[in-house]
Design a protein around this ligand. Structure first.
Ligand SMILES: O=C(O)COP(=O)(O)O
Ligand SMILES: [Mg+2]
Length: 228
């Protein structure tokens, strides 16, 4: 039997142009074990992706701040502390950087995402002062509680689904995926992965983005068939 999957979205299921390729949809819909989408994006994004892919809503959002699996909704983190830190960041001249209506943070409940053009040193300083974690996903800077992580959330989601975290295979591309790689049985970093993700992964793929992910999952599937 194929293993359950924990898949990052940005940089992992996407093309370099940040779009979801049709071949990613067929992969998600055709996998014969649970697929958990584990992302730094706000909760509605992976939920919508599950709906449009026609798979059950099994998601980890906000870098582990929100998790949903089979009707079980879990929260982690300290949103008040994050809000206080962002207030201090803005008081000191920091800007979240999202122009117009901020759809990146509008539905965010436990952490805040900041555009990578923002003042990194100021944000890192505020994170340290408020005892929060600064994460660079490669797509945004995130300010979050240290005890919320994709890996910690996957431990809860695995239990809800009746699996051990070590039953999962994970694919990811950035430092926000390292905690997932630590708890799963086998992990793959796509070729575009950052140093932290590549160092934490069991395998670094030759190809990047969704093509690398598809290569990894093809290998996982072939092995499962051979073992059967
Ligand atoms: O939203 C981000 O910053 C990154 O999202 P990801 O975790 O799906 O790569
Ligand atoms: Mg990513």
């Amino acid at each position: 039997m194929v293993p359950p999957l924990a898949l990052d979205i940005d940089g992992t299921l996407t093309t370099p142009e940040h779009t979801i390729a049709p071949r990613a949809f067929s992969l998600l819909a055709g996998w014969e074990a649970p697929v958990v989408l584990a992302t730094g994006k706000a909760f509605p994004y992976p939920v919508a992706l599950c709906q449009f892919a026609g798979i059950p809503e099994r998601v980890i959002a906000e870098n582990g701040g929100v998790a949903l699996a089979d009707g079980q909704l879990e929260y982690a983190g300290d949103p008040e502390r994050v809000d206080a830190a962002i207030e201090a960041f803005e008081e000191r001249g920091g800007d979240l950087g999202w122009d117009g209506v901020d759809t990146i943070n509008r539905w965010r409940e436990t952490e805040v995402a900041v555009r990578r053009t923002a003042d990194e040193a100021l944000l890192r300083g505020v994170a340290a002062e408020f005892d929060l974690q600064f994460v660079d996903s490669g797509y945004a800077y995130h300010l979050k509680s240290a005890d919320a992580s994709k890996g910690a959330a996957l431990t809860g989601v695995a239990e809800t689904l009746g699996y051990e975290p070590s039953d999962f295979v994970a694919v990811g591309d950035s430092e926000n995926d390292a905690s997932t790689f630590e708890v799963v049985g086998e992990s793959y970093a796509v070729a575009n992965a950052d140093e932290t993700a590549s160092a934490a992964a069991d395998h670094v793929l030759d190809r990047g983005y969704v093509d690398g992910t598809l290569d990894a999952l093809r290998a996982v599937r072939e092995r499962a068939v051979d073992d059967a």
